[in-house]
Design a protein around this ligand. Structure first.
Ligand SMILES: [Zn+2]
Length: 306
């Protein structure tokens, strides 16, 4: 089936500066790889997230502060990792907006599968704190929007190699939301131990550095999928970071592009039984351009399987 692709070229105008791993070329590499692949994509221009939607998750004071934080010239560092250029706030609103638009399209029955090709990523941004390259918590905002559209139970599966501390902070006190995360530990941001369970709605399955592909797969299948199915979601979101790829410079995992396709199929199998196959995926990390491009194509291709 066709996959709705939500993106916008203005997200390339978030320029955190020379040497920063979360660089504009990442999104270009993703879009170039998707263009070159034989995929059935329904292309949509993402729109900026409305302030009312951002405030479903982030406190109004936080949203107001971020919306005026972009510099007129040069850069403004919110912390050593999270750096704004003049185009960053529009990019961040487009990134959240792309996932929100994707969720509304699925909630309203226009499509069952969507992928948001975005940057900056979102899963480290907590409700009241930007960090780790992330400004708005794109997927967590979209989960709240999904609930406002009548999808009461929303699950996030996060296979980015870093723990999604922001999504966890947003979900841990609300058992209508579920987070299942596989990530390398130890690694930034240091959270994500298996003992962090929220109200029973948070499942963290850390893997050690240099885990074998087979070990990663069995942890994903055995550690996350039964809990996802037991939660019985009305919609599944994927925080799709591709930095567990073996080429990635920020972590030490062994995955190939086809492993991301395999993980996508595992999520789809649950989605078919729980929620009529409805899945919205959003790009998070992935810092080797070749690994990122290939992995995204494998993921989106699998996302389009019936
Ligand atoms: Zn990451």
């Amino acid at each position: 089936m066709s996959v709705a692709l939500f993106t916008h070229p203005d997200m390339i105008e978030h320029r955190p500066g020379p040497g920063h791993p979360e660089r504009p070329e990442r999104l270009q590499a993703v879009l170039d790889a998707l263009d070159a692949a034989p995929l059935d994509l329904d292309r949509r221009a993402a729109t900026e997230a409305a302030i009312t939607d951002l405030e479903r998750l982030h406190p109004p004071g936080y949203v107001a502060r971020l919306l005026t934080a972009a510099p007129r010239h040069g850069v403004n560092a919110l912390d050593p990792d999270t750096i704004l250029s003049p185009g960053s706030v529009r990019a961040a609103r487009l990134a959240a907006g792309a996932v929100v638009d994707a969720v509304r399209a699925v909630a309203r029955g226009e499509t069952a599968r969507a992928f948001a090709a975005v940057r900056p990523p979102g899963h480290h941004a907590e409700p009241d704190r930007s960090m780790g390259f992330c400004l708005f918590s794109n997927v967590a905002v979209a989960a709240r929007v999904a609930q406002s559209e009548g999808l009461a139970r929303v699950a996030v599966i996060d296979f980015d190699v870093h723990h999604g501390n922001g999504t966890q902070a947003a979900f841990e006190a609300d058992d209508s939301l579920f987070l299942g995360s596989i990530h390398q530990m130890p690694l930034y941001p240091g959270t994500g131990a298996a003992s962090e369970t929220g109200l029973g709605n948070i499942v963290n399955v850390p893997v050690p550095p240099h885990a074998a592909r087979e070990a990663w797969r069995s942890t994903f299948a055995g550690g996350l999928m039964p809990a996802l199915e037991a939660f019985a979601p009305d919609l599944i979101l994927i925080s799709a970071g591709f930095d567990a790829h073996r080429r990635d410079p920020l972590a030490h995992q062994s995955l190939e592009a086809e492993d991301f396709a395999w993980a996508t199929r595992a999520v789809l199998e649950v989605a078919r039984s729980c929620c009529a196959g409805k899945v919205v995926s959003s790009l998070e990390g992935g810092y080797d351009l070749e690994g990122l491009g290939r992995s995204t194509v494998a993921h989106v291709q699998a996302l389009g399987e019936e």
